[in-house]
Design a protein around this ligand. Structure first.
Ligand code: COA
Length: 208
């Protein structure tokens, strides 16, 4: 039972006691503006941690404009009022059987397991896509990300203030494929309900 990916997924989705479930959904073209808004809300320090550079607003906009949703996978987590509070970007490299992961969580949503869940979903997706290595690059001073990487069992190599982390993934199994499909279905329902609630609130609540 311990090694059952569905069991593991249910446990990780439900998270720690007292935390609400975090559902991770694959984003698409219609979310591009929301992704941009999420990145623009990151302060300079967070942009440095996320992109390795203190990107200006224009550079962030150019980065988001270049995201190819049909090639890379972008995962997101929306909050109760349909704001995108977490974004994980999985970029596939054609030369090696590996994918690179980058993640950010809005300041207001940190410490609730969103970053961890985005990472777990990315690892699950790589496994199911037969990608055997998940790769992450970040500053070694990024203690929160280092903690998440260690918790996931990543091998970490530190050099000149930077850290390269690798996670070797097992091949897919019927249970791992089912676990990802279940999560995506639940996240789609959650996303649609929140999107409609927000639309209804826009129409029904008086404007100030
Ligand atoms: C890194 C980041 C994604 C984490 O997101 P998050 O949603 O807050 O992460 P989680 O809540 O899932 O997990 C945080 C974990 O780090 C731990 N943590 C928090 N601060 C810590 C610190 N200073 N040192 C060590 N561990 C720390 C928490 O206790 C928690 O661990 P637990 O789940 O075992 O209790 C978020 O802080 C962020 O967006 N940072 C800016 C961008 C960035 O650094 N991206 C990573 C580079 S790609």
């Amino acid at each position: 039972m311990q090694d059952n990916p569905i069991h593991r997924w249910l446990n990780s989705m439900l998270g720690k006691q007292g935390r609400s479930a975090v559902l991770v959904k694959a984003l698409g073209e219609r979310d591009r503006r929301r992704v941009l808004r999420h990145f623009l809300a990151l302060d300079t320090g967070d942009r440095l941690l996320r992109f390795g550079n203190k990107l200006s607003d224009e550079q962030v906009a150019a980065y988001v404009a270049k995201i190819d949703f049909s090639r890379d996978i972008v995962f997101g987590v929306v909050n109760r009022v349909f704001q995108l509070v977490g974004v994980g970007h999985l970029a596939f490299t054609r030369r090696t059987n590996a994918a690179e992961f980058g993640v950010s969580v809005s300041g207001t949503a940190r410490g609730q397991g969103v970053g961890t869940r985005l990472f777990q979903r990315a690892a699950m997706h790589c496994r199911n896509a037969d990608v055997d290595t998940l790769y992450m690059q970040c500053l070694s001073s990024n203690r929160t990300m280092m903690h998440i990487a260690k918790k996931a069992g990543m091998e970490i190599r530190r050099e000149c203030g930077e850290a390269d982390a690798h996670l070797h993934l097992p091949p897919p199994s019927p249970a791992s494929v089912l676990a990802e499909a279940l999560e995506e279905q639940m996240a789609k329902i959650d996303y649609t309900v929140k999107a409609n609630a927000r639309l209804a609130a826009k129409w029904l609540l008086p404007r100030r």
